[in-house]
Design a protein around this ligand. Structure first.
Ligand code: DGJ
Length: 341
């Protein structure tokens, strides 16, 4: 067959190809951009505003992650304290849901009252969402002298939470708090008890109070977080240096009651945890891999609204835990696998 006859056939085929390609392009839903997590960068939410969820925690409810944290945004009423809630299906794109707490000094602690490190648990029995937070204020001339936890609840994950009360868990001082839900669903609070150390305690059945101490780790550490990974508990925390970063440490135990190992560095100590402070460890169980994410705050005390987030997948296992040097990364939530752009 001569080219004269071949050419129209080829042209027709390629024309059909273009049509097919265009039809496919129109029938496919638009693909979201790759879910890259960039430690230390500005993290815009769906409105283009830097996420305000400092000292925060994550609750997975259904197939959605909810991130709660201190809203230190500019232009807020300085007499009030705010907690914001964001949602995401991929841990990279976050939608602002609500300022779930907009609270005026609920216990009359005065203008320097404190609400920090909110954490939300879901209680499947009562079907209520229960928020714990560090509530504080000056006492006897000491800032942060009250040292209590506050509790608020809501029937809707991102609704307006109702503040119930504050108390000292099991009668102990409590400043920084962390949340932990074990693989069997039991919920625990981690709290810093300045005179003694670091306590891990189980919540009551309705989560409205703290019921039983599991252990006291006699180390003075803040930003407490805990994870159960391959049969071992790993606890992490920072030293007490105000807003300034310091070398965060970890210890391990087979049971929450201990005995706990010595504390070791999670990163080269001279990096001071790459300028961050722990707030939570999040476990993502995929079909191929279980990934544990270090979630830390890069505090900017003078421009608090601009404080950043350092999230990185940890190297973890066999009693070792290591925070790699931060760089952009991606997580496949289905497989649990991490990759780098
Ligand atoms: C360190 C704590 O981890 C923060 O939550 C905050 O309370 C600062 N101290 C205040 O200096």
């Amino acid at each position: 067959m001569s080219m004269r006859y071949l050419f129209p056939a080829a042209a027709a085929a390629s024309f059909c190809g273009i049509l097919l390609f265009s039809a496919q392009a129109f029938s496919q839903p638009p693909q979201p951009p790759p879910a890259v997590i960039r430690p230390g960068a500005v993290w815009p939410d769906n409105r283009g505003q830097h996420i305000q969820a400092h000292g925060g925690g994550i609750l997975k409810y259904g197939d959605t992650y909810y991130w709660f944290g201190e809203d230190r945004g500019q232009g807020l009423d300085p007499a009030k304290r705010y907690v914001s809630c964001y949602s995401s299906k991929d841990l990279a794109h976050w939608t602002f849901r609500n300022q779930v707490i907009k609270l005026s000094d609920p216990e009359n602690f005065g203008p320097h009252w404190v609400l920090e490190r909110p954490k939300v648990f879901y209680n499947a029995r009562t079907k209520r969402f229960v928020m714990y937070m560090h509530i504080d204020g000056p006492a006897g001339g000491r800032p942060y002298g009250i040292a209590r936890v506050g509790v608020a609840t809501c029937d809707i994950v991102d609704g307006d939470y109702r503040y119930l009360r504050s108390f000292r868990p099991l009668g102990h001082e409590s400043r920084d708090i962390g949340q932990f839900v074990d693989d069997d669903g039991t919920a625990y609070l981690i709290f810093e008890d300045r005179p003694f150390g670091f306590r891990i305690a189980r919540l009551s059945a309705n989560y409205l109070s703290v019921e039983k101490q599991m252990c006291l780790i006699p180390a003075h550490m803040e930003g407490g977080a805990l994870i159960h990974y391959q049969g071992l508990y790993y606890v992490i925390g920072s030293r007490l240096s105000g807003w300034a970063p310091n070398p965060n440490k970890y210890a391990t135990a087979r049971r929450l009651e201990g005995p706990w190992s010595e504390f070791r560095d999670i990163a080269p100590p001279e990096t001071r945890t790459y300028g961050s402070q722990s707030t939570m460890l999040l476990k993502v169980v995929g079909t191929k891999k279980t990934t544990v994410i270090f979630m830390g705050d890069i505090w900017k005390p003078r421009t608090q609204w601009d404080s950043r987030y350092l999230w990185m997948p940890l190297e973890i296992g066999d009693g070792k835990l290591w925070l790699p040097e931060p760089k952009p990364w991606m997580l496949d939530l289905a497989t649990g696998e991490v990759s780098f752009p």
